[in-house]
Design a protein. Structure first.
Length: 298
């Protein structure tokens, strides 16, 4: 093979040209995204990673562009009027809201007085989600009510969610009911332990109604995260992350080994999404998002 006067072969020269072209395509990205855009293997992990919309102040089109460059495949917790923007960017919506309400968390299926409103919202949203390719829709267990203990609340949740499960199944949608902590962030929330959520799931026994297992919240309430996930993976449809304490980065500043947790989830052949839901403490939030992505790439 011939060489130029500087001793570079044609193959080497072509290689440099390809490298330069690739660099030009990523040079406009911030350093955090550029590292991952240049490393195709970074996006080839076994878990589908998403980011909760509320964690970033960036306009949604910009957020889509920058997350896609890092390797994320979806954005989480979006309202119906935001779904098209994400879909048009080439990303997926990993979780949709059925309604905009200030009492969205507090108003759940644990109280029969809420069922009519919640069912109407879901009956409206589920066909829209199917049309938009949004496979998961969030709902809540709700805050405690006088006279409704855990046993009655479980029965109420089973009764209410069982009414909407057939429509979810018909449309290929999974309703994800979130477990939250009642110790720090959501005082009074009734679905604050995995056992409560699993009891509801067993009562419904539908592949279209699952738990949203928020790792941050359950670490605060009960710990033993990996064992709990392994024992209950059949009832879990979605994951959220967040550093404990403080709900910041999932790095060495907090008490959980998220790389080990991600590996445990992937080893269970989990096919859903793991969505990062923390408040970045670093000056560059996208550096935090990129680090979280790397941590959970297994």
């Amino acid at each position: 093979m011939s060489a130029d006067p500087q001793g570079i072969t044609r193959r080497e020269a072509l290689g440099r040209m390809v490298t330069a072209a690739a660099f030009g395509a990523t040079a406009a990205l911030a350093p955090a995204e550029r590292v991952f855009a240049a490393n195709e293997k970074a996006a080839a992990g076994r878990l589908k990673q998403s980011l909760s919309r509320w964690t970033s102040k960036a306009p949604l089109p910009e957020l889509c562009k920058r997350l896609k460059a890092i390797g994320f495949v979806a954005i989480d917790l979006l309202y119906a009027d935001e779904w098209a923007t994400v879909n048009d960017s080439g990303l997926k919506v990993s979780m949709g809201y059925p309604a905009r309400r200030d009492d969205f968390i507090a108003m759940g299926f644990n109280d029969p007085a809420n069922h009519a409103t919640l069912l109407k919202e879901l009956e409206t949203t589920i066909p829209l989600a199917k049309q938009a390719g949004v496979m998961n829709v969030i709902t809540m267990f709700g805050n405690r009510r006088p006279g409704i203990d855990d046993s009655q609340a479980i029965d109420n949740c089973v009764a209410g969610l069982s009414k909407i499960a057939p429509l979810a199944a018909e449309n290929g949608i999974t309703l994800c009911v979130e477990l939250l902590n009642s110790k720090v962030d959501h005082h009074g929330y009734q679905g604050d332990h995995t056992a409560f959520g699993v009891a509801v799931m067993k009562g419904i026994n539908s592949p279209n109604v699952k738990l949203l297992y928020d790792i941050y919240h359950m670490q605060i309430m009960e710990g033993d995260v990996i064992r709990t996930i392994r024992d209950n993976i059949q009832w879990i449809g979605h994951f959220h992350t967040g550093g404990v304490p403080g709900r910041h980065e999932i790095d060495s500043t907090q008490e959980l080994n998220y790389h080990a947790i991600a590996k445990a989830i992937a080893d269970l052949n989990f096919q859903g999404y793991i969505a990062h839901e923390f408040m970045p403490a670093q000056a560059d939030p996208f550096a935090s998002f990129a680090e979280a992505f790397k941590t959970c790439t297994v």
